[in-house]
Ligand binder design. Sequence first.
Ligand code: B4P
Length: 197
Amino acid sequence: MFNLILFGPPGSGKGTQSERLVEKYGVVHLSTGNLLRAEIAQKTPLGLEAKSFIDKGQLVPDEVVIGMVDSYFDLHKDARGFLFDGFPRTVAQAKALDRLLELKKTAISSVLALEVNEEELVKRLLNRGKTSGRSDDTDESVIRKRFSVYTEETSPVAEHYRKARKFHPIAGEGSVDAIFDRLCDTIEKQLKKESGH
Ligand code: B4P
């Protein structure tokens, strides 16, 4: 299996680049944000709980997200690999993912971390908020809250993968095509390394 994590702050382009990466590499897209929004749209108990956190710019509790990821794995037993988008977002989630992958006798190959400055991120999210109908993108104070949660709870995840020598920073500004090329270059190098060439 070939498993990648697309990492980065809110609005850094994880969802945008994931669509292309999934198409190119034939891996299964696992976006916890999309899964949570689907639960919200269906008004499930999990969705109703998640909405109360997302609307405030907070993270959904670890046990809820980890349970959801576990079920998604079971639905895709034959996957040749996964692209994790927006997950893990806490060190507890990263450790849970390590354990889940170990049970499947696989591991994370690379963490690709999109780097974008905060003012550009706010601009992108407010812009998306005009058309997406996403309540967490329309209010600048909720967007700023998401950044502070990112700094406190999510950025320590980078250290978890840096220690494992799997962390690759990628410049996330410029055209979508240029960023995609940078991501693919890093992935190709990793694939070569793993195949021993
Ligand atoms: P997510 O759905 O993961 O979304 P995101 O971080 O807001 O955005 P992403 O980085 O995917 O941005 P995108 O490509 O769309 O999370 C939403 C919420 O769900 C979280 O705040 C949290 O509450 C909850 N949640 C999700 N996962 C969780 C977890 N594991 N644990 C706990 N809670 C969790 O890009 C944004 C905009 O920029 C788009 O409009 C796009 O068109 C534009 N854009 C992209 N690339 C661009 C470029 N190169 N130039 C200009 N604009 C660009």
